[in-house]
Ligand binder design. Sequence first.
Ligand SMILES: [Zn+2]
Length: 260
Amino acid sequence: MQRLGKNAGRYLGDTIDIRQVQRDIELAAVQHGWTSETFFESHEFKLFALTRNSKPETPNPKRIYLSAGIHGDEPASPLAALQLLQENRWPDNLDLWFCPCLNPIGFTMNTRENGHGIDLNREYLNTVAEEIKAHLKWLERQPKFDLCLLLHEDWESHGFYLYEQNPDGRPSLAEPMIEAISKVCPIDPNEIIEGRPAQNGIIRPNLDPRTRPQWPEAFYLITNKTRQSYTLEAPSDYPIETRVNALVTAVRTATDLISK
Ligand SMILES: [Zn+2]
């Protein structure tokens, strides 16, 4: 598969009409029985969280949290959220929480940051951005999750990669995800990705969040909400269908495995 070669210094590929994508997301969610809760509104945009319960009387349902669209120059992320909601193929024994687009205004400008130039994914400890204050308030009201999946893209990567946080050494979902994704999207072969050691597209960062002042969402989640989390990075110099397919495949593989 050929890289497009469009990205130079930033993401310069296809953009999306986020208003339409958000409408389609809400429509699919309603059609498939999700509950939507708006936790932040500003101008014409709102942030909402979708929830859906496992089948009644499921013993020990697993709790899964997903988030997408926190960086406005990563369009495959909310598009993957939309496709997952439209396809509606979730194992019956999962309780699901889904924030499908955390930075809608960023998509109107094709910028990583929000309307005030803030990278929202550095805001989860010392928080200035109002939307992340609201997101944290919402998260604090939710139970602990068995698994968190965060959907991203990287404009300069050579293929798909992911970060695994799994401090208790639970059965890793990283290799099965990479194996499944490799059938639909190139995997980044580099041994150093984003300055960190990587193997077959898997980064297992050895970082103590307490030593870092700027927390991404993943640091907040692993510290407060979960013991297993994956940040999924699609390579945004490939065709958008490929990247959406990669993210959807990652979520499907992880949710299928954790449901067993
Ligand atoms: Zn991102």
